[in-house]
Design a protein around this ligand. Structure first.
Ligand SMILES: C[S@@+](CC[C@H](N)C(=O)[O-])C[C@H]1O[C@@H](n2cnc3c(N)ncnc32)[C@H](O)[C@@H]1O
Length: 546
């Protein structure tokens, strides 16, 4: 497979491993409700994604990101360019002197690579990532994703209508961007069919409750591609006679043998017509020329089917397969996004280029079984993803949770979190969210553990580095962190002077299987530990760095 090269690539291919692990600290005054599992994280997503890893690796079903498009548009400093001061500083630090020669495309690729690596690790095996992008980086992103996710996990690139008219000065007006879709493992993903647009189903009758509304698009007769003698018959409905095509003389002529393959016939057999008529599936209406025509009713919720030799009315869910043209509908355009935001902030809505709620909901619903899943957006801007999740839960009774990350100081609290806060109040959503800041790294420059780190945080981190799986918070019962692959993991972390592995402490652990014990010091000799199947690891030096 051809792979993409750019200046600075060598410096970033394994950079996700080097990012220091930071703790997340909740800010109750900026949160809504208590202990909500929805998160709004203020910080650079590289560090935030890393901080999420011990808790969410392999647990996120859908990721939607809308990274900077890298248009080079100088006026749009925060979300359009990788020239944001924070990203500039980061590139200087990570790529070093070579970074001075980077083009804006090199910089963008350097910025995206480690983030995409972390995002991939956060996805469930049947998870999907959706990325909004336009022609500035579409090709580069596709190559990057092929490399990180595997070319076989490419699903589709949806064009999306951005607006109805472009600049008149453009040779060709560019009215679309894309949503690039990759699966973590394409074989494990099931894409849903969407409920079809029911605009065509505009009529109601006495069966509305059990059958839904109906469409009247087709007459019972048509000029066929292959004429069928058995479907060319005289039909009597409520005492009146009807002929395919409406002409008795032509019918008689066909019956006399003068028929062509394209001649008119009924679409339904006599038996089906009898059943349909008796059950209200046929209606006589005036056609275009004023003559009476028989129409078949297509109900939204039911169809007629032959079961064990006889016709029956069967309930169905009318759905259609996803199409690459779906997002060209104007309901997914930027104009709608602006209206969404104005609905919350009024005319003062200050955020350039938000995405519409409808787009995120379409994408979430495109993946089957997301009702209880986690949805992540690590370039969250105005917070559309969180809003879309809360709204979808209200509509369909789901229990989805969102995680959003936003780097810019002026945006995270005042726009991302504020939007969700206002939306909860305005639309009566039941859930809340925790606002989090990225705290200091878990280990300081001297390699000591950050003193704000709680027992559960350190235990979760240790369990993750030992097993590469996430510990269940409820299963952490100090000093036992958890059991994995037949080994029990213990952590003595009770405060200064209380974290020694003494004989008394060991007896208290009541160890019954091979065990790893993390503690400040060990006061038992090695032979005795070996005999008991215990491995001692010293805090903080032997805690692996993830
Ligand atoms: C195009 S906007 C996203 C808009 C969003 N989809 C919406 O509907 O409002 C991109 C956002 O990502 C943020 N961002 C850029 N780089 C980031 C990073 N490294 N970490 C976290 N957020 C970042 C920007 O500040 C900006 O708000």
């Amino acid at each position: 497979m051809a792979s993409l090269n750019w200046i600075g690539k060598d410096a970033v291919v394994n950079h996700d491993r080097e990012v220091p692990f930071k703790l997340l600290h909740k800010v109750p005054s900026a949160s809504v409700g208590k202990e909500s599992k929805n998160l709004v994280i203020h910080g650079d997503n590289l560090e935030a994604l890393k901080a999420l890893m011990p808790f969410y690796k392999g647990k996120v079903k859908c990721i939607y990101i809308d990274p900077p498009y890298n248009t080079g548009n100088e006026g749009w400093v925060y979300n359009d360019k990788v020239n944001s001061p924070k990203i500039q500083e980061w590139i200087k630090k990570v790529v070093g002197r070579e970074g001075e020669d980077l083009t804006r495309h090199d910089k963008w690729l350097c910025m995206m690579y480690p983030r995409l690596r972390l995002l991939r690790d956060l996805l469930t095996e049947n998870g999907v990532i959706f990325i909004s992008i336009d022609d500035n980086e579409h090709c580069n992103l596709r190559s990057l994703m092929d490399e990180i996710f595997g070319i076989g996990n490419f699903v589709v690139s949806f064009p999306r209508r951005t607006k109805s008219a472009g600049k008149t000065t453009d040779a060709v007006s560019a009215n679309n961007d894309y949503v690039l879709v990759f699966a973590k493992n394409k074989k494990s993903v099931v894409f849903a069919s969407l409920a079809i647009d029911d605009k065509a189903y505009k009529y109601k009758d006495e069966f509305f409750k059990e059958r839904g509304s109906f469409a009247l698009s087709q007459t019972l007769d048509y000029d066929s591609l292959s004429y069928s003698k058995s479907l060319d018959y005289e039909l009597t409905l409520d005492g009146k006679r009807y002929y395919p095509g409406g002409r008795k003389d032509k019918f008689l002529s066909r019956k006399a043998g003068n028929h062509r393959s394209s001649d008119w016939a009924w679409r339904w057999s006599k038996e089906l017509v009898n059943f349909g008529h008796k059950n209200g599936f046929l209606v006589v209406k005036k056609g275009k020329n004023g003559e009476p025509r028989i129409y078949t009713k297509t109900y939204y919720k039911v169809v007629i089917e032959k079961v064990n030799g006889s016709y029956q009315i069967i309930p169905i869910g009318r759905t259609k397969k996803l199409s690459t043209l779906d997002l060209t509908d104007s309901q997914y355009s930027n104009d709608v996004a602006k209206k969404d935001l104005r609905g919350i902030f009024g005319a003062s809505a200050e955020f350039a280029y938000p995405k519409p709620i409808s787009l995120i909901q379409y994408l979430i619903r495109a993946v089957s079984n997301t009702r209880n899943s986690i949805i992540l957006d690590s370039f969250s801007g105005s917070g559309t993803t969180g809003h879309a999740v809360l709204d979808l839960n209200k509509k369909d009774g789901g229990n989805r949770k969102f995680i959003m990350v936003e780097m810019e100081d002026r945006v995270a609290k005042n726009i991302t979190a504020e939007r969700i806060k206002r939306a909860i109040k305005k639309y009566g959503y039941e859930d809340g969210f925790e606002f989090c800041e990225l705290a200091k790294p878990l280990f300081n420059e001297k390699g000591q553990i950050n003193e704000r780190c709680s027992y559960t945080e350190l235990a979760t981190y240790i369990y993750f580095t030992e097993t590469q799986t996430n510990a269940e918070k409820k299963n952490i019962k100090s000093p036992l962190v958890g059991v994995s692959g037949g080994t029990a993991y213990y952590l003595l972390y009770e405060g200064k002077g209380k974290n020694d592995l003494t004989r008394a402490a060991l007896t208290k652990l009541k160890i019954k299987q091979p065990a790893v014990v993390y503690a400040d010091r060990c006061l038992i000799d090695e032979d005795e530990l070996r005999e008991k199947g215990v491995v001692f690891k010293q805090i903080p030096y032997e805690i692996k760095v993830y």
